[in-house]
Design a binder for this molecule. Structure first.
Ligand code: M6P
Ligand code: ZN
Length: 188
């Protein structure tokens, strides 16, 4: 048997992926219309502000049965109004497809919502491991003053449903209230 080097590397201290198969995407304030509650504040900020960036490693085609994808997400510190910088959040198209998130650096909150629109959250800190059942919407907010980095592993069959969140949002949002993160009811 030939012995080879893998072409893809994960820096376990920083969460960063490298290698030519890694895809990169940036989410700036201008890409996140309608995601934060306070659209006025968002429009008054620099549209080029980077909110989060994602590296993904997808060694098989989307939809491949039994395949796994890997991601590295960096959320920068910041707020739109009093709402922490966060990912768009999504349901999976396939409700049987679950996902792991784990925090590498920084501090934040994993915000979860079931199909009855009940919301809860898990604190993220370096080493925290989060199992996300396939039918639970998930989004991450950076509540700290440093960047929050988390890695993720999900199935190639999962798919992303962003429409539901675009249309209805999460029923609770994470705001800074009195200097601390707090979940607050929201109708979009
Ligand atoms: C993780 C994974 C990815 C997801 C990314 C950003 O890395 O869950 O599938 O794309 O976070 O989250 P979102 O797509 O909700 O903006
Ligand atoms: Zn997911």
């Amino acid at each position: 048997m030939m012995i080879t080097e893998t072409k893809t590397m994960l820096d376990t201290r920083t969460g960063a992926l490298s290698g030519k198969e890694i895809k990169y995407s940036d989410r700036k304030l201008k890409d996140l219309a309608g995601i934060f509650l306070d659209e006025n504040s968002r429009e008054n900020m620099d549209p080029e502000t980077l909110v989060y960036s994602v590296q993904s490693y997808m060694p098989v085609d989307e939809g491949t049965r039994g395949g796994l994808f890997f991601g590295n997400t960096t959320i920068f510190p910041g707020k739109v109004g009093n709402e922490y910088f966060m990912t768009r959040g999504h349901f999976h198209r396939e409700f049987v497809s679950s996902e792991y998130y784990w925090c590498v650096t920084g501090e934040g909150m994993l915000i979860l919502m079931n199909t009855n629109r009940e919301v809860w959250a898990e604190k993220m800190r370096p080493g925290s491991l989060h199992y996300i059942p396939g039918n639970i919407a998930h989004r991450v907010a950076n509540t700290g003053i440093d960047t929050l980095v988390f890695n993720a592993c999900w199935t190639a069959e999962a798919g992303h449903d962003y429409d539901t969140i675009n249309q209805q949002g999460f029923s609770m949002r994470l705001f800074e209230v009195g200097g601390r993160p707090q979940l607050v009811k929201s109708n979009r």
